[in-house]
Design a protein around this ligand. Structure first.
Ligand code: AHR
Length: 508
């Protein structure tokens, strides 16, 4: 047995426990950690959030929005959605997708080797965001795109002046500026798959100049630098180069493994990524004398994804299991534990492409991961609180992301079977507990400082088979079971093997 908390590790405990003192606040949780991502990729946009050729009455509205998808995403209450890519953006010209639809060119698409009809573009995305009550976050093309084109996009979206692109927006029927606050300086520019791949030195120089110009045009925008995984030399270089110019440093990581334990423990790499990035930002502030810089981490692509089994060129339609739902719950836990440094996180993606929501031409279903993500989106808000917990530990190998994450156990020698985070909002404490053990139910003593009401709510995600999935024909195989229990049950509460439970207690 070992004890583990986010602050220290001590071996030796005779039973699993979770200790919480609600006065030990870690940090406010930024609601933006529950943001999403939509890319022109596979069936994410066309056939996902919109269907312009829908034959089923009532499935779409007059604008072609899929109303069933809209409802599923609205329930997640996502504050921000990143668009239009991803790799797609690196050969995307936003001006192809504005104005009368009949004049918009159909283009070859170089990221996923498809064709882009451009029938959904900037104005359609802004209207969809307004309908969804979601704030847009646009990613700039630093591949084939120019600074002029980027400036024009910011002007088109944000300017209220009497200038060319602001007037073009008016001509296209949108009098008021959209005031897009979040803009990122390219996507995965370091990647060999990226159109316009650059070295960190070239990126640093170019992004510095772009940032300067973009903020001259609109000083209110928030700029997101293109980072790598957070544990790469690219991140060191780019934080040094851009510390005085940007508001966020973005990082991306996907975890996945066929082996159950490797799958559910690999999100630990995401936590290390955040911790390392936070220190790189500190280091850049110190070494570059940028003491006023206030840079948060924007984890703008995260999820469970194996690009070999769910190939991007075929739409990356992952079929998620209970095991993946537990991994997503551990992703949620790490964002809560690292709330002090994470300013935004975007599950990648939202619909059909590595997504919690899947559509057919006539309906939709919610994947297993939707349910664990939903519980976080609904309840893990407010302020993160420090948790001290102990449980048996996982001692096997770690890995993920196609063999890249073997290192996890060397930097994270104690991986507890229980993975826990907690949040407090309006006098209610929400405790998110994943039991990663494949074999053992863990009888856990929840010890909470203070006085609580007798009625406790629990929300459990469990199935006998860790490989259980939801499908269009059997959409409810893995779901959420709600129960009410009395407070005293928490002193010896059984967290089922390979399950996720979210427990809500109310301060008396
Ligand atoms: O989300 C799918 C892809 O993963 C994105 O286009 C890219 O940024 C990342 O490699």
């Amino acid at each position: 047995m070992a004890e583990s908390s986010q602050t220290f590790v001590k071996v030796s405990a005779s039973e699993s426990f979770v200790k919480i003192d609600p006065e030990r606040i870690l940090a406010p949780i930024d609601d933006k950690i529950y943001s999403g991502f939509l890319e022109h990729m596979g069936r994410c946009i066309y056939g996902g959030i919109v269907d312009f050729d829908c034959q089923v009455k009532g499935l779409t509205n007059e604008k072609g929005y899929r109303l069933d998808v809209a409802k599923a995403l609205k329930d997640l209450n996502m504050p921000v959605v990143r668009y239009p890519g991803g790799n797609f953006v690196s050969s995307y010209h936003w001006m192809d997708a504005i104005g009368p639809k009949e004049n918009r060119p159909r283009r070859p698409e170089l990221a996923w080797l498809g064709e882009e009809p451009n029938t959904f573009g900037t104005d359609e995305f802004m209207e969809w965001c307004e309908f969804m009550e979601i704030e847009p976050y646009l990613c700039l093309n630093m591949g084939t795109g120019t600074l002029d084109e980027a400036l024009a996009w910011v002007e088109y979206c944000n300017s209220d002046k009497n200038t060319y692109y602001a007037n073009l927006r008016r001509k296209n029927g949108h009098e008021k500026p959209y005031n897009v606050k979040y803009w990122s300086l390219g996507n995965e520019v370091w990647g060999p798959w990226q159109v316009g791949q650059m070295t960190s030195e070239d990126y640093g120089k170019k992004a510095f100049q772009w940032a300067k110009a973009l903020k001259l045009l609109d000083p209110t925008i928030k700029l997101v630098a293109c980072g790598c995984t957070g544990f790469d030399n690219w991140d060191y270089y780019v934080t040094q180069a851009l510390v005085s110019k940007v508001d966020y440093h973005s990082i991306h990581l996907y975890t996945a493994h066929e082996d159950y334990y490797k799958n559910v423990t690999s999100p630990a790499a995401g936590e290390r990524a955040i911790q390392i990035t936070a220190k790189l930002i500190d280091l850049a502030k110190i070494t570059q004398n940028a003491f006023d810089a206030n840079i948060k981490i924007c984890f703008d692509e995260w999820n469970v994804w194996d690009p070999v089994r769910a190939n991007g060129e075929f739409g990356a339609e992952e079929k998620y299991t209970l095991s993946d739902a537990l991994a997503v719950a551990s992703w949620g836990n790490l964002f809560i534990r690292q709330a002090s440094v994470v300013g935004m996180a975007n599950i990648a993606q939202c619909v059909n492409v590595i997504a919690p929501v899947m559509t057919t031409k006539t309906g939709m279903f919610l994947q297993t991961i939707y349910h664990s993500f939903l519980l976080f989106c609904k309840y893990m808000r407010g302020e993160a609180i420090n948790v001290h917990f102990g449980s048996p530990v996982y001692t096997g190998d770690t890995d993920g992301s196609a063999g890249d994450l073997k290192w996890i156990k060397s930097v994270e020698p104690v991986l507890t079977m229980l993975d826990v985070s907690a949040a407090i909002k309006d006098g209610v404490i929400s405790i998110a507990v994943v039991n990663r053990s494949l074999e053992e139910d863990l009888t856990t003593s929840f010890r909470l400082e203070g006085k609580y009401k007798d009625s406790v709510e629990t929300y459990t995600i469990y199935h006998d088979d860790v490989m259980a999935t939801n499908t269009i024909d059997k959409p409810d195989v893995v779901g959420i079971k709600e129960e009410k229990i009395s407070l005293d049950k928490l002193s010896s509460y059984t967290v089922l093997k390979h399950s996720f439970v979210l427990i809500r207690v109310t301060i008396a």
